[in-house]
Design a protein around this ligand. Structure first.
Ligand SMILES: NC(=O)C1=CN([C@@H]2O[C@H](COP(=O)(O)OP(=O)(O)OC[C@H]3O[C@@H](n4cnc5c(N)ncnc54)[C@H](OP(=O)(O)O)[C@@H]3O)[C@@H](O)[C@H]2O)C=CC1
Ligand SMILES: O=C(O)[C@@H]1CCC=N1
Length: 275
């Protein structure tokens, strides 16, 4: 049983994924607090997960050891500034999961002496398969580093980056990444229907194939390229499909998409820094 008291400000998609994952990995709901401006969101979290809830962000900070900021990037400035005095008084560790909000902005809003871990998780935390990269400012103690890492590690893998700029790339790769796989799944499912499979069969085959491919990629020592070649019989069906993907510019398109996501993260950081 784990006993650190963890508070979430913002109880939306990412917070509920993290909270569900934390509970599934052994954190007791009584040690988790959530605030949100929507009473309906809080009622749903209370009913489904039995966590402590409040519409008052200050109640959360008072109750916990670590405060996770899980509101939208556009809302974070106002929320951070509204809790700054209390965070400073309590010397709370603050963990921000917001995309495109850098340490400079967070320190400016929360106070220069505030211990801040900026991280980028992803929604598979819900099923304990999350991937998170973390970055600590120089106010974070070793113990606080361990605390932040333990929270994120309890819902998947967690790794530290020393250069904060890497978080822009991480956001493009693993933060947004689940959506890319879902897009591919959507497209494959649609094509499977066109090929005459039923909805149920198409979805099941696509899901199980995604799971199998991910599992084999994780468990095998071979690279994705080698694994792809194992499926691709010369002159066979896979080769025809892969050639079709490449003729359509698949690899370049993926690169372009990830660069666009990375650039958007940088753009958001600059906008916030200058606001
Ligand atoms: N979704 C994802 O896959 C990932 C998201 N992130 C980051 O996580 C953060 C949250 O994203 P996500 O969960 O998707 O967003 P959501 O909009 O689902 O969740 C944010 C929640 O915060 C609530 N809220 C708004 N204002 C306040 C306030 N003043 N005090 C308390 N709660 C408030 C919102 O209520 P209302 O809806 O009523 O405004 C909403 O319930 C973002 O910063 C995002 O960049 C990071 C990695 C992955
Ligand atoms: O789309 C976004 O901005 C957030 C960050 C990563 C995933 N969702």
């Amino acid at each position: 049983m784990k006993t650190n008291k963890i508070g979430f400000i913002g109880g939306g998609n990412m917070a509920s994924s993290l909270i569900s994952g934390l509970i599934a990995s052994g954190h007791v709901p009584e040690q988790i607090w959530v605030s949100d401006i929507s009473p309906d969101t809080l009622t749903a979290l209370k009913t489904q997960l039995n966590v402590n809830t409040s519409v008052n962000n200050d109640d959360i900070i008072n109750a916990v050891d670590v405060v996770v900021l899980a509101v939208k990037p556009q809302t974070l400035s106002a929320v951070a500034q509204s809790i700054a005095a209390q965070v400073q008084q309590k010397k709370s560790l603050v963990v921000s999961i917001a995309a495109g909000i850098n340490q400079n902005s967070l320190s400016r809003w929360l106070g220069a002496d505030t211990a801040i871990v900026r991280c980028m998780p992803n929604t598979p935390a819900l099923v304990l398969t999350g991937a998170t990269a973390l970055h600590a400012n120089d106010k974070v103690t070793g113990e606080q580093r361990d605390l932040a890492e333990n929270i994120l590690r309890s819902v998947g893998i967690a790794l530290w980056v020393e250069d904060e700029a890497e978080l822009d790339a991480v956001t493009a790769v693993s933060g947004s990444g689940p959506a890319y796989y879902f897009l591919l799944m959507e497209a494959m499912e649609k094509a499977a229907l066109e090929l005459g499979l039923s909805q149920e069969t198409a979805r099941l085959l696509v899901q199980q194939t995604a799971l199998g491919a991910a599992k084999i990629a994780l468990e095998s020592a071979e690279s994705p390229e080698q694994l792809r070649k194992r499926v691709t019989s010369p002159g066979g069906t896979t080769q025809r499909a892969i050639e079709t993907f490449e003729q359509g510019g698949f690899t370049e398109l993926v690169s372009k998409a990830l660069h666009a996501a990375r650039d958007r993260s940088i753009e958001m950081s600059k906008q916030m820094e200058n606001s």
